[in-house]
Design a binder for this molecule. Structure first.
Ligand code: ZN
Length: 591
């Protein structure tokens, strides 16, 4: 893909009014001489922790640690990639884009992708026409009609029919000048060595095209039309364009509705998605026949922070759901479960109860964690101490995803009553392993609190940026692997040490290829702007970093006998004295 020139990207950066852009989603007010703040558009909160630095057009959220510049802001709030963010801002602020001369390999790749997309689009159109014009598709039309799906919605989703002949698409594609290799690459055909031929992959099936966010067809989900057909659902195979578990069905149609709805609904089946769109819930997407993956959860979070699961939760494995709940809480996503009548699915509910029944069900959604807690309680055997311990062991990771809140309290009371435990004892039992979270982060409901060490490291680097000349020697003497536990902070420290503290984002060439680092640095710059930076505070933060490192070494020595405990204890005591003294000076200076 031809690259947008760097000059152009800078022109867009200059042209955008960042405060205006952010204000469209959240109200900003002045928070300091050079910064503004408001409620975070990326997580749910009551008090503002989203900080904006309007000059460099950067942001940092003290609550969920979202950070970056105007481009990542658009990427995350509009659910687009970097290039699309630049294009979107360029058109909104009237900047004309120019492209660098492409290298020939890149041009080849782009041309090949364009051909593959063209082939898929052609196939999709052909399938769609077959559904409406082919006599052999009559049963499929009847099936869809019986599911309550009207023509309008079927057209909107470009639903089609793959005829029973073995070579429909193969012939269409060859006539249009596509090669067999291209047919195989996009998964529309397969090799049949026994017959020495390339034949259609999809035969006698109802075709649901899967498109990307821009509406380009990437692959298909195909439903059998006869009971003896296996498998019942057949998807495109993984290839250059389609990857199992990465896409959400219907994103291209749902994305413009999720913002206003403040939620995204997730269903399992294709016809469920269609049914909900038809019932007036066009902010619905589908999982493409897989259990929800982390990538899909990431895609969902781009659409909305509130995700309503309209699926048969009983069918999914509990571990997978707990894992999803943990990832969700880590990403600041709220997962809720939509209760469906037993044995029903969204399409059936829409058909029998219409739009009203669907809206009613969505309105009755409950937080995923509460849903799971109640299910675990219902399934457990609580006659014996062991039975109750087993239930507690299953509940513990779930409670780990909940912030101290009225919801958590209410759930704890329910559990205590059911297990016949005092609330105090239950609280202790649930806290027993506070660090079972997979990444070691302490979970606090909607957002992940930084652990104390990362907080210290972050505060120190922010002060370094605020006081570059005083901080340069301090930063230089630190041992990056010893003094930084967080990989993000360690990378940032290395970059700042090598490139200097004066203009952390100046090295555009390096940062263009390392978005996480660029985001971290942007966040640190906003934090630096907000920090009441004094030399004494910098010193104290520096000593705290050293103290934390000696404490880690001492802990490690006690755990596995590495190093001399006596000597490390001595060093720790010295570090503690240095920190106490520096801290006292900082407090004194603050008055
Ligand atoms: Zn936030």
């Amino acid at each position: 893909m031809a690259r947008i020139t760097d000059q152009c990207i800078e022109r867009v950066r200059d042209a955008v009014d960042f405060v205006d852009l952010v204000s469209a989603r959240t109200e900003l007010r002045r928070a300091g001489p050079t910064s503004l703040e408001g409620l975070c558009p990326f997580h749910d909160e009551r008090t503002p922790s989203f900080s904006v630095q309007p000059v460099d057009k950067l942001y940092y959220c003290f609550g969920c640690q979202a950070s970056g510049d105007l481009f990542t802001y658009v990427q995350d709030s509009e659910g687009v990639d970097f290039r699309e963010a630049v294009e979107l801002l360029a058109s909104r602020y009237g900047v004309e884009l120019e492209f660098d001369g492409e290298d020939p390999r890149e041009a080849d790749r782009r041309a090949r992708r364009a051909r593959l997309l063209g082939l898929l689009a052609r196939a999709s159109t052909h399938y769609e026409r077959q559904l409406w014009e082919g006599s052999e598709a009559a049963d499929s039309r009847l099936y869809l009609t019986e599911r309550g799906l009207g023509e309008e919605i079927l057209h909107r989703f470009r639903v089609g029919y793959a005829p029973r002949a073995w070579d429909t698409i193969v012939r269409v594609a060859r006539t249009a000048g596509f090669t067999d290799r291209e047919l195989l690459e996009v998964g529309l055909a397969r090799n049949e060595p026994d017959h020495n031929r390339v034949s259609d992959r999809f035969v006698g099936r109802i075709m649901f095209p899967l498109a990307d966010a821009r509406g380009r067809v990437l692959g298909f989900g195909a439903r059998a039309t006869r009971t003896d057909q296996r498998p019942k659902y057949l998807n495109s195979p993984d290839g250059e364009l389609y990857h199992k578990g990465r896409h959400l069905y219907g994103t291209e149609l749902a994305r413009s509705h999720t913002g206003r709805a403040g939620q995204v609904v997730v269903c399992e089946g294709y016809t469920d998605v269609l049914a909900l769109h038809q019932a007036g819930v066009p902010w619905t997407v589908g999982l493409m026949g897989t259990a929800m993956t982390e990538v899909q959860l990431g895609e969902l979070s781009r659409l909305s922070r509130t995700v309503l699961l309209c699926l048969d939760a009983d069918s999914a494995g509990e571990d997978a759901i707990v894992r999803a709940a943990q990832i969700a809480s880590h990403r600041g996503i709220e997962l809720r479960v939509v209760p469906l009548p037993a044995g029903s699915d969204p399409a059936a509910l829409a058909q029998t109860g219409g739009s009203e029944a669907i809206h009613h069900a969505l309105g009755a959604s409950v937080p995923l964690v509460r849903f799971l807690v109640l299910r675990i309680l219902a399934a457990g055997e609580h006659g014996s101490g062991e039975g109750r311990d087993r239930t507690l062991a299953r509940l513990r990771p779930l409670f780990g995803t909940l912030a101290p809140s009225a919801t958590r309290e209410e759930l704890a009371q329910t559990v205590a009553a059911r297990l016949n435990l005092s609330p105090g004892l239950l609280a202790q039992l649930l806290e027993q392993h506070p660090n079972t979270a997979p990444d070691g982060g302490r979970r606090t409901g909607a957002v992940v609190a930084l652990n104390r060490e990362e907080e210290t490291e972050r505060a120190f680097l922010a002060l370094c940026i605020a006081l570059p000349s005083q901080a340069t020697p301090l930063l230089a003497e630190l041992d990056l692997s010893e003094h930084f536990t967080s990989q993000a902070m360690r990378q940032a420290a290395r970059h700042l040490r090598e490139r200097g503290l004066e203009a952390p984002l100046a090295d555009a060439a390096t940062l263009a290829g390392d978005e996480p680092l660029a985001r971290t640095l942007a966040g640190l710059m906003v934090q630096a702007e907000r920090a009441a930076a004094t030399h004494a505070r910098l010193e104290a933060q520096h000593q705290q970093l050293r103290l934390a490192a000696t404490e880690r070494q001492l802990r490690a020595a006690r755990a596995d006998g590495a190093g001399s405990i006596a000597e490390l204890a001595h060093r720790r005591a010295a570090a503690k004295r240095a920190f106490d003294a520096a801290y006292a000076r900082a407090v004194e200076e603050d008055g």
